[in-house]
Design a protein around this ligand. Structure first.
Ligand SMILES: *Cc1c(COP(=O)(O)O)cnc(C)c1O
Length: 240
């Protein structure tokens, strides 16, 4: 099956999940996660008007999205960001979904101020509690969100998470539910205004559950592009 057909299938599953919960499918965007996918396989989606892409590694993103084929497009950054890669990440990527520590927020803010720019960012939350996953412990999110206000060049517009990797829905769904609760908590604290509106959660294996639980962005790679040859341990610590 072609990747474009697989994307249509994913979009249909999202509409079905929305229908089950009375949600408007227009409130859910599909991010195509293009790690390991070469520019020539990304290009048809760009040409077709797809605008939301995600990359996990700064160096890979810089090489691929710097390619003349994809000129003018910017992926969102969804991987763990080291402070020494902040400049390269800001050069290559758009929104950053993985702000999870003050030192990183400070480094981003400093660099953006030097450039006279603002940037949308999401806070990454460790909703599964696994020590191998990056992200803020859920209980720390409200206080962290409060502390983000001093970084005036960062616009916090959402939360992002990786749920527990499991085929057991009973273990996965609570991660998404918890995210929805935290999301609502932050919204109701009125720290960021109406611009705070994104819940980035759900991947190829669990996006339908994520949509049922309120995701506004699902991040899908293998369900569209097929299996990756690079092991996930290259992108995530502690995964095989
Ligand atoms: C790779 C990746 C995804 C997509 O994973 P698939 O299982 O291939 O859909 C989503 N989010 C992050 C942060 C990723 O690194």
């Amino acid at each position: 099956m072609e990747a474009s057909q697989r994307l249509l299938n994913v979009e249909q599953s999202i509409r079905d999940a929305c229908a089950r919960r009375g949600r408007d499918p227009r409130d859910v965007q599909v991010m195509l996660v293009t790690k390991t996918v070469p520019p020539e396989r990304i290009l048809p989606f760009v040409r077709h008007g797809h605008a939301l892409f995600g990359e996990n590694r700064v160096q890979e993103a810089a090489i691929k999205w710097g390619d003349s084929l994809l000129r003018g497009c910017r992926p969102d950054f969804i991987g763990h960001l080291q402070t020494n890669k902040v400049k390269a990440c800001l050069d290559t990527c758009g929104r950053i979904h993985s702000v999870d520590r003050l030192r990183l927020a400070a480094a981003l803010d400093r660099e953006l101020k030097a450039r006279g720019e603002h940037r949308e960012v999401f806070l990454q939350v460790n909703s599964s509690g696994e020590p191998s996953k990056f992200g803020l412990p859920p209980a720390e999110v409200p206080r962290f969100a409060e502390e983000m206000k001093v970084f005036s060049s960062l616009k916090v517009t959402g939360l992002m998470t990786l749920a527990l990797f499991s085929a057991d829905e009973r273990l996965v769904r609570p991660c998404f539910r918890r995210m929805r609760q935290i999301f609502t908590e932050v919204q109701e604290a009125h720290l960021f205004g109406s611009e705070f509106r994104h819940l980035s959660m759900g991947m190829s294996g669990d996006y339908e559950i994520a949509v049922e639980e309120g995701a506004t962005i699902v991040r899908v790679g293998t369900a569209v592009f097929g299996r990756r040859h690079t092991p996930d341990s290259y992108y995530w610590p502690g995964e095989g």
